[in-house]
Ligand binder design. Sequence first.
Ligand code: PLP
Length: 460
Amino acid sequence: MAANVSLQSQVEELKALDQKHYLHPATSPKKHAEQGPKIIFSGGNGITVRDPNGKSYIDGVSMLWNVNLGHGRKELADAASEQMMKIAYSSSFAGYSNEPAIRLAEKLASLTPGNLNTVFYTSGGSESNDTAFKLARFYWQMQNQPKKKKIISLKQGYHGVTIAAGTATTLTGFHKFAGTHIGDVYHAKPHLTRCELGDKDDPDYKGCIRDIVEKEGPETVAAVILEPVQGSGGVYIPPEGYLKAVRQLCDEYHILFIADEVICGFGRTGRMFGVDHWGVIPDIMCVAKGITSGYVPLGGVLLNQAIHQTLVQYDQVLAHGFTYSGHPTACAVALKTLEILERDQVVAHVKRMEKELNAGLNYLEKKHRIVTKTRNIGLMGAFELYADPDNDTPFDPSLKAGLDVVEECFQRGLLLRALGAADGKNVVAIAPPLIIDKSEIGRMIDIIDDAIHAFETKIG
Ligand code: PLP
């Protein structure tokens, strides 16, 4: 009894301190100041995490699509601690280097498709995308084409929140937040294969990538950036042929193709990289998240040989870099993460689990009239909630259908994420750790089943 009281008072103390001193991302400061943290995580193991009272939750979105190998992996903790004991940190500026960063660079070159052979390290996805934009512009300057500066991203895309990446991000709220933008960024309608192949009779032509390139002039466009599978925008899988069409368009107009593999990379979709599904090789690839399975922050920008060769031809300093570019601890953890991915054949496991998740989502769609548009590629999936799916009638926004179902799941011990609420959509994302097994997927689906049932009962 006494132990429980002291545990409760500790939790209350933490909540109060959090409310007072801690400003949270993607959270309403007002609500947070009133209500405090929703949960304080105190531990995790495999696909589950727990709160200080010992209640456990299935981590149904791998936290932020990043804890791909699950929680409590001693091997990853050991890799970090061994490296930390060798050296706290080492700079990578002015040609300084360290062994884990070098070994990881070689490993990434061997895992990525084509000749994406050179990496620039960052601390996460937003930094990777900002870096990619700068390097794309730098490349065109080196190529004597300084007017090639414009960046085209896709609507529904999420590329992070630093000012350049945040400008490429189109999600309501994130894009407009604080009025912070850079110029020269354009947003194209996503996933229109016919139009990107040049079919001017396509009724959707206006506003596709090709249309923007033609209107702005290819001599002003530096790069197109896209997520092979859109994640935070709503888990949208492109139609067959789309990525190839964009690749062709970029080749035709001499535009760099940047693949934002921050979520898709390292097995999430059942292939090592998202682009591998469609046999497309980008010129620049941005990675983060799964590269360390979330244990420590790390990101990277992979450049193809042609870009790298251009940069090495000129004696100009690359005046860009982060203190933590190539942090030895982060690189050591990444090396261990990639070793485990290969050793345990995690990507093949994801491919097998893709079928199980698909079957579970189909079951939910058959059972509940309000569930529709279920989809998954590997262990990246979603379902949508509609008042009348047959006529695409959305729920009244005041019902907050997606958020409500996610809350019902939370009450039952499953963490999921509702996407698109700001745009009146009710998409629920599912992206569990890649090590999840068949029975654990079954448990997740049972909880979602109950949660949807509870929502249906509420709305009558
Ligand atoms: N790109 C994509 C596709 C992402 O999903 C995210 C984060 O969710 C980012 C970039 C930004 O990464 P970070 O939050 O590490 O800056």
